[in-house]
Unconditional design. Sequence first.
Lengths: 485, 487
Amino acid sequence: MKLATMFQAGLPYLVLTGGLLVVMIGVAIKRTHAVAAVLTIVTLIATTLSHIVAYSALGDGAVQIDPMFKINGVSYLFNILFLLAALVVAFLGSEFLNRQIRFKEEFYLLLLCATLGSLVLPAAVHFASLILGLEIVGISLYAMIAYPEKARPPLEAGLKYLVLSGVGSTALLFGMAMIYAGSGSMEFANSLPSDGSLEGQYFYLIGNAFFWSGIAFKLSLVPFHIWTPDVYHGAPSIVTAFLATVSKGAVFAVVFRYAIEGNVLDSGNVQFALSVIACISMVIGNLLALLQTNLKRLLAYSSIAHMGYLLIALLVVESNSALGYETVILYLVGYFLMTLAAFGVVSVLSMNQEQELDTIDSVSGLLWRQPIAGAVLIVSAISLAGIPLTIGFFAKYYLFYAGIDGGMWTLIGALVVGSAIGIYYYLRIVFTAIKRPLDDAEAMTGLPWTGLGILAFLGLCMLAFGIYPTHLIDLIQNVVQASGF
Amino acid sequence: MSVMLLILLLLGAGVVAWASERVNTTLPNWIALITFVATTLWVLVIWFNGPDTAGLYADLNCEWIPRFGIYLHLEVDALSLMLIGLTTFLGIVAVVSSWTETKTRHGFFQFNILWVMAGVVGVFSAFDLFLFFFFWEVMLIPMYFLIAIWGHEDKEHASMKFFLFTQISGLLMLVAIVALVWINFNISGVLTFDYDVLKDANLDSTTSRLLMLGFFIAFITKLPSVPVHTWLPDAHTQAPTAGSVILAGILLKTGAYGIIRFVVPMFNEASREFWIWGMSLGVVSILYGGYLAYSQTDFKRLVAYSSIAHMGFILVGVYSFSKLGTQGAIITMIAHGFSTAALFMMAGALQERLHTREMSKMGGLWVRAPRMGAVTMFFVVASVGMPGLGNFIGEFLVLIAAFKKSVVLTVFAALGIVVAAVYGLSLMQRSFQGIPNPDVPKMQDFAFREMSVMVLLMIALVWVGIYPQSLLQMTAPLLPGLLRLTS
């Protein structure tokens, strides 16, 4: 591979790293919130645009950089998705920092760092790059979660995430070591045991058991989900939005790579274990969400269920990898939009409050008190429930199609049951938001226009893709095909 | 093309009505009313222009999501046209019946009514299964809003129940649709959701049975038939008048339409084997619905349960697998739309005047409001099945057809007419006749606004009752295709 091609393909990473350094040096020279925010946003936009240049380097397939990275079109799609999400977080975050936090500038450093880590994962084809990316995301997130320095809950959440995510990473590392012991290679493509010996098989299986436990931790799949509601609840909403979208999406991107390159789903045991995890995540996530009275905790449990749904896309990779990729990317686009919107609403509403307005009751009558935020919250709840006119419906449709294509009838059954339970609590949000507001409920004023504008944009995107997803679907399909799946 | 314009007109008018709320609170009502009158006239024009050579009144087929072979395929044949006409006409009734009922957010109210109707028109004209499902779900959300925002005391529970029942059964249908498409794709190599292609899909009998069940459950939930009927009485009692009119008059018909249009032709063999179940469910609904109707003390609940009984006739008719039975079912759909819409409008009017739906607090109202009494009497006897009015024709045709299939079941179904007379007349007696209730010293009678709609509904019912041939003639050419008769 020519060096020039490698540089061209790696351009987004270089731009992002460069921007990160500029922001860091800028903060070191003089603390100015506006400058840091603008630099961050410019960096994110520039990185997104650099994918246009980089894409032409790919030619008809992938660009391999060392054994560590293999960049293809699909990696870029994931990247762009993460960058746009980071952009939303940066915009909403700047308002939040402006109004609530004393030391603002480091937040942008952490955000850019976490984004860089999440960009590493879709390109990783090696256990070393996998752990590299995961830890960059993870370590930045510890700090981001605990960012408001005076409040207790964020600190608690940050510590909880630090410890439990550390445990997850440990399991992951141990699993990798076992797989390496069996195969003698850290590359995904050569991770199968090198000889047919029974010993090698055991290493492989136990290794994978640990590996997937670690991954399940990161994706908060049942039974490794315990940390999720506490951390989602404790973290500032805007960080929760990032945690729930980008960090989850990035992990999905890399496990798809591992599943395809390493043919890990050929192992019936792994497949069975993942199916079981998927089923119980869908059912338990939704059941526990029913009991919540706090919006952020509710969304946390619902995200557990959504991660369970997404495993269907992962499992179909074994028989039809192109469909698996299409499904996961479309689903993530939808999931990102609705999750960012939902947490965004909480964040924007809480801009002027000491404590976050995150109980379900606090959005009572929201549609009438603050029409934009209320409408966006309703659209996002309807979309999360997978009802037409929103992107969530097409996302769910893709899952059904993928599940049927893979003949996974049990999982489809769990998906139907899970969605049915889900409708109940999503609808409760809708019902609360359209209630007649109490007489003493004050109208919401003084909310930032940038925040409301971004929320409205997210809402319109959900509706637009929900009515005419054709171009999005075509784009994803073309890129997936061009990447050789 | 014209049907797409119709849908867009309804959607657009919804937005305009919502926006016009700022100008004047009655303006949204007028916009909705004018839209429905205009669309009804439009449908009539299409009706009188007659079909083209293929028997279609309107046709549109363009790409929507080529990745999955999904097309924006809208077709209007005689069956669709009748139901679309019913939809727009009942739109007028819905708007007029709730003219003064809503106290808040008039614009958003009319917006929801117009959007439900747009969804329903889509359901009745979609010939692409994906599109059909899309509209099927789209019409739910505004309906949910109608119940959840403007409903009565227990609206949260009722709206939730309504939504859950339809959504869950809808999910089963979605699975069945996707599975059908995927199986057809594996057999023929063509990925398409087109109705005309899929109805000839070469399925083995087990698959066909399973997929049929997916559709069937969704449709009988909407119809509704026993045992998935429990959402209906709650939704009806809590819904505002316009919501009840739409729900009973039109939304229930989408379930019946689905069975006639999709279940029977697409899974013909499987449905024919299934006839005894379909017909028995119908008979059980007729008798059980009638029994429950009789034991209600709530005016609206009684009418709601009677709907379940009437919808039972549709199942019996369709599952008799004869031309006559299907035509009877179609006439029942139309006639029931008119008569129940009127009764729900009456229930709404009573509630607006007396602030109660309890019949024990009524009694002798005829003296207070003779016009309302007479109108109620007319629609009650229509609903009971008086010859000369539409409902009689439908139920009679159904019974004749069913008699050939199973004498026993027909005997029981016919008993339903007796039960209908019992609860119908008891409704009349308890509310309008008897000793005038001293707690109700005076009550405002129907004015011109309400009477004009009622008269229109009466004319419609008499027309169906005396000259049903006009409808039978229109649907006759469709029947061989719908029933997959080989001759």
